[in-house]
Design a protein around this ligand. Sequence first.
Ligand code: MSP
Length: 641
Amino acid sequence: MAARFMVTTPIYYVNDKPHIGQAYTTIAADVLARFHRTGGEETFFLTGTDEHGSKVEETAKKQGKTPRELCDMNVEHFKKAWKSLNISYDYFVRTTDARHQKAVEKLLSVMHEATTRNNEQVIYPAEYSGLYCLGCEKFITKKELVDGLCPDHLLEPKRVSEKNYFFRLSSYLEQVGELIRNDELKISPEERKKETLGLLKQGLDDFSISREKVSWGIPLPFDPKQNAYVWVDALPNYISAVGYGDDSEQFEKWWNEGEVVHLIGKDILKFHAIFWPAMLSAVGVSPPDRIFVHGFFTIDGQKMSKTLGNVVDPEYLVKKYGSDGTRYLLLTQFPFGQDGDIQVDRFVEKYNSDLANDLGNLVSRTLKMVKSYRQGEIPKPSAYQEPDENLKKEATECARTVWQSVQEINLKQAVDQVMKLVRSTNKYVESQAPWALAKADKRERLDTVLYTSCETLRIISALFYPVLPQGCVRIRELLGLSGEALNPTLEKAKEWGVLEPGTKVGTPESLFPRMEKKAKQEKTEVVVSGKETIPEVSFDEFSKIDLRVAEVKEAEKVKGADKLLKLKIDIGNEERQIVAGIAEQYSPEEMIGKRIVVVVNLKPAKIRGIESRGMLLAAKDGKILSLVCVDKDVKGGSDVS
Ligand code: MSP
């Protein structure tokens, strides 16, 4: 385990507000940074904005602002969006910062003085002419055009010709290839390493590092009429932010002694995997340790574009799904590293099934049982039995498998592994049925089951913390952890027996409230069969009965009535209360989260003085009473027909 870990995102163009593509990379970097912090590593998480160039200049002009005003305004949108997503960056670099400018000047001066192995100047002047797309901020080849337009921006490229300075990339290709082949610069996933080696094999031309025509940029120290051009300005953010040319101690600490990982999208692979190590090599600075390249996603099968109007604002998602919800949903759509599609209209379903049901219900039922059976105190376990040992083993081993996935930067896999533990814990609770143990007064067994559930929940809260920081801190508070123990660590997630018996737990709240799905509802069908004589009713008569799926939100016993439970149910557009004679067969804890079928258009009735607005359906076979429940994840309020 490296003692120090530095992770970076690309610095984003600041001519517009952030979109979910940029949020995706930033969330991934945050998850990675948080995992490494819980792993006990000193971590530096860097993000920022790329602010120079003709596009910013043009946008500013259109908006009647100076480039600086536009940057200052838009950078706030990024900072606000990252705050709403709980992005825990340690440093936000802007290429217009004086510190960054100074570092770029220093880098360019050193480069200008440097010579290659063949004793040629690394930087040399030459005439440059090419087609330039303002949208991409880069030269574009004729082959890349579609109907004469840049396919990404639907803009006609301009022909640009001028004297430029060039970086002698061609002299570094072999060296860079060597670094990549022997993994001194590790490029992953493996296909991206191959892709980079393929590009190197094809050969690459020297690239231009300056512009005369672009005035919004950093002047070259050796020819101030020219400004540093895009990549020689942007890429050095990774070293300017840790003190290159400014603070050698800090630079040594992070760049040279830390493990440095650049997280990028596949669109900027060539610049990071080839240009950047070549530039560093020219000035005698070592390359980063690793570049992880993730794929691009489409939205509902279509490329994200302003023209199509499908660019999703990350803050809109946060408003809808919360910060944790958005982080979770974006990371679990497809494997990290591959291309994928984001189906926003499936978000509600996924949120409800994973966060509201699986995780949310586990938290609320576990804590509720501790409240009702043990006066809110974590009990002391006695002898562990096989099911407890199995869950304990799965929980304590989960930290290792998750950490392994994190090392591979396989983030979706890491998330899925924790969710698997959540599901196993729910199954454990179902199978050990603490409500039945309570009823049978099997105290010792009940204590062991409750303790095992709470401990596993503590481990889950540590392993899910990097993805769901807000929710997991809350879970830890509810479990009675405080002070230092509130901070999750990987070490403690491998241990068992950390929760102190006797600790008071908090009152559970709905951590991930279930969401409404606006889309057309699916019909839920309940098929009734098996009765020999069924009195016939007309369709008209039957259709008067309004049957709905209802989710049980709260349940409690009715004082002085052994058979009755008072339930709070969610029937989609409202919450209501019903009283049902099921207390001998079902405990309140067991009822929470169940999706039962209810007749909702009965006149309100009073049972033992308590209002009941509806009647649930149940099957009865002698003494056995079994609730009619739906077995798929249909939301409360769905029609039953
Ligand atoms: N400013 C340059 C980067 C300089 S880094 C030294 C730049 N900026 S950008 O604003 O265009 O951001 C590009 C990055 O945004 C991609 O590399 C990727 O991280 C992210 N994404 C943009 N669209 C995306 C998708 N559709 N899907 C996934 N990530 C996306 O390039």
